[in-house]
Each structure stands twice: as structure tokens, then as C-alpha cells.
Design a protein around this ligand. Sequence first.
Ligand code: RB5
Length: 148
Amino acid sequence: MKIAIGCDHAGFGIKNAVKAHVESKGYEVVDVGTYSADSCHYPVYASALCEKILGGECELGILICGTGIGMSMAANKHKGIRAACCSDVFSARLTREHNDANVLCFGERVVGIGTALDLVDAFLGAEYLNNGNHVTRVAMLSDIESKN
Ligand code: RB5
């Protein structure tokens, strides 16, 4: 499975460690930048990552900014993207299982590297519970998206 990863300058400090961790689990990683700590604009990298997912090159994505919020807002503007900003492991697991989230976002200024790696493990280790009300509700999300 290919995982896309992206960050802005405020997430750059932990991106490479997150990337190395994901690779150590046997995933291939596509890094969409940014590639330095120079100030930049998070929507650019959110869009670059979402294109990798929507184009089929990558199955899931991880976005890191200062809070995770800007990245999740930008990612969720893309039709077909369900991005979740998480700072606890329970939410990172449940957003895969219940919401079929395809992008995990978190903030370097919010979580330390230990929690960041735990969030990644919870997210990548979980599977969508593709049945019953979960399917109905995720379809309702798509319906809202297509009407707005
Ligand atoms: C950058 O200063 C910061 O605003 C950005 O990384 C992110 O936290 C926005 O939501």
C-alpha cells in the first residue's frame, strides 16, 4: 500500500520521522513536501496530497501542520476526501473504522513525536467497518458533498 505524506513548515520538524516510521512498517511513502522549514502555505500541500489519493496513486494520506486543523480543512474541500484531525489514538482508529477517513491530520505543535507515531499506527492499522450504518452514514457524507 502507498501512503502519501505532506506537511507545511510547522509540521516539517517531525515529518521525516513519521515518514521513516511508516516505511519501517512496510509501506511505500510518497512525500509531497514541503521539504524545508521555510514558511509556506498548508493548502498547497494538502491539495498535492489529496491529488495523490483521488488520482489513485496512494490509498491513504498523512498531513502535518502546526495544529492539524488547517490541513484537515483544506483536505476536506476535496470531493472524495475524508480527513480527520486527531490528537488521540482512539479517534485515529475510529475515524478509519466508522468514517472511512482516508487522510489523517495532526499538529506538530499539539502532539509530540511519540503520540504522532501512535496516531499513525492506529490509523494505518485499522480498517473501515464496511457494513450497516457506517456505510449509510458515509454515503450521507458524500451526498452532502455533492449537494454543496
Ligand atoms: C502555521 O503557522 C500554522 O498556522 C499552520 O501550520 C496550521 O497550524 C494551520 O492550521
